[in-house]
Design a protein around this ligand. Structure first.
Ligand SMILES: Cc1ncc(COP(=O)(O)O)c(C=O)c1O
Length: 405
């Protein structure tokens, strides 16, 4: 009765999540240190302001008048957001979506036929596997190099291209490594896209959360033939429940026009973006600027606390993230799945082993965006447990230089 795709949608629950579920069933409270939902960590758009904005917006929507690209005023507000960052993106080349995840699906449908290939970074956030499965495209990983601060291994990227490659996904800031693509990496990826006539899908959902740089390097406005810039309100304004995102298309004019014509029809088939939210979006951009700046500052502080703590421990190493919400700890020999299980049992903290992200199996991933009052305790609990594990594994301790033991 069901499709082949449907039968592939039910993965087995992994051992870590089985353990978490059984602890929760026993009434043990578990602190999730991996969820990207920052509302749970006390980051929220001020409620009264949001209420006012939504009520006013609802009055503009008494008569349903859908626009398949999305309301013009919303697209203009998005265009202004980029203009303030010196990127020119025409409002008519912007399509509203209910979030970046669906933007990916649109792009995959637009660019690739069954069996065509899309290049995705490895390690990577696991979202793409299902989008690829649902859209019938093949994901081909390209490597981010941990020894080079998780930079894109451009030479290796070229070797995985094939005649079926249609696009390169670039995530910057990247989840979970925190890597921000440099102008040089972007120019080299752009050059590959140009030579092989490929589109670039640039996921910038963490664009507002930079740790080192002030300005995010972007492929929009480069010489690439076609660039899709994906973003939305879920992280930018801590409004994941509003389900408001967009894709801004730039590149060769004829290609952009053709892409927009097809996207308009794809979107018209579903008209999936809530009208009231669309009408509210210009004011969210306007009144939310201070809110966004405040989030950026507070998340920067979370990282400072985390860095201070990690610098004082030798139970693991890490590459300093340049943006986003996550840090990846390198365990230098400890077994990652076992470490995650012990931290879950002993400290009641859920973090992820690196293999969830197709990393080499020697890592733990956690979000440092936590309530300030728990962040220090949580970090202490993790590093104490890791140090204990290391002490109890003489073979591993033996591998660590004397001064670091
Ligand atoms: C890199 C990345 N892209 C996209 C998304 C999903 O974004 P949205 O909430 O706009 O669908 C996430 C969610 O955490 C993410 O980490």
């Amino acid at each position: 009765m069901f499709s082949r795709i449907a039968s592939r949608l039910h993965g087995e629950t992994n051992a870590l999540y089985s353990l978490r579920d059984s602890l929760i069933n026993q009434g043990v409270p578990i602190q999730d240190l991996i969820s990207g939902n920052i509302n749970a960590q006390g980051f929220a758009f001020p409620q009264e302001e949001l209420e006012e904005i939504l009520v006013r917006a609802s009055r503009q929507c008494l008569v349903y008048q859908p626009d398949s690209l999305g309301r013009k005023q919303a697209r203009e507000a998005i265009s202004e957001f980029y203009q303030d960052r010196e990127i020119l993106l025409d409002p008519d080349s912007i399509l509203l979506t209910p979030g970046t995840s669906l933007s990916y699906w649109y792009c995959f449908k637009l660019l690739a036929d069954e069996g065509d290939e899309i290049l995705c970074p490895q390690p990577s956030y696991p979202l793409f596997d299902y989008i690829a499965l649902l859209s019938g495209v093949r994901l081909i990983p390209y490597r981010l190099d941990e020894t080079e601060n998780w930079a894109i291994d451009i030479d290796r990227l070229e070797t995985v291209l094939s005649t079926r490659t249609r696009a390169i996904v670039l995530i910057s800031p990247h989840n979970p490594t925190g890597h921000v693509a440099s102008p040089d990496e972007i120019s080299r990826v752009t050059d590959i896209a140009l030579r092989h006539d490929l589109a670039i899908l640039c996921d910038e959902v963490f664009s507002e959360f930079l740790i080192r740089e002030k300005v995010l390097p972007r492929p929009a406005g480069s010489a690439a033939p076609l660039v899709f810039t994906l973003n939305g309100f879920s992280k930018m304004f801590a409004l994941p429940g509003l389900k408001f995102g967009w894709m801004a298309v730039s590149g060769e004019q004829a290609r952009v026009r053709q892409a927009m014509r097809s996207l308009e029809l794809i979107s018209d088939t579903f008209l999936p973006v809530n009208e009231i939210v669309q009408a509210a979006s210009p004011e969210i951009f306007r009144r939310g600027e201070n809110v966004r700046n405040d989030f950026t500052r507070r998340i920067g502080e979370c990282w400072n606390v985390t860095e201070e703590h990690l610098a004082a421990t030798d139970c693991c190493s890490y590459v300093k993230p340049e943006g986003g919400f996550y840090v990846t700890l390198r365990l230098n020999g400890l077994e990652e799945e076992k470490a995650a299980e012990i931290i879950l049992k002993r400290n009641r903290l859920l973090l992820h082993p690196g293999y969830f992200y197709d990393m080499e199996p020697d890592h733990l991933v956690l979000s440092f965006v936590q309530k300030p009052e728990i962040l220090r305790d949580v970090l202490s609990a993790i590093t104490t447990t890791l140090s204990d594990l290391r002490r109890n594994s003489p073979a591993i301790s033996a591998g660590i230089p004397e001064e670091k033991r």
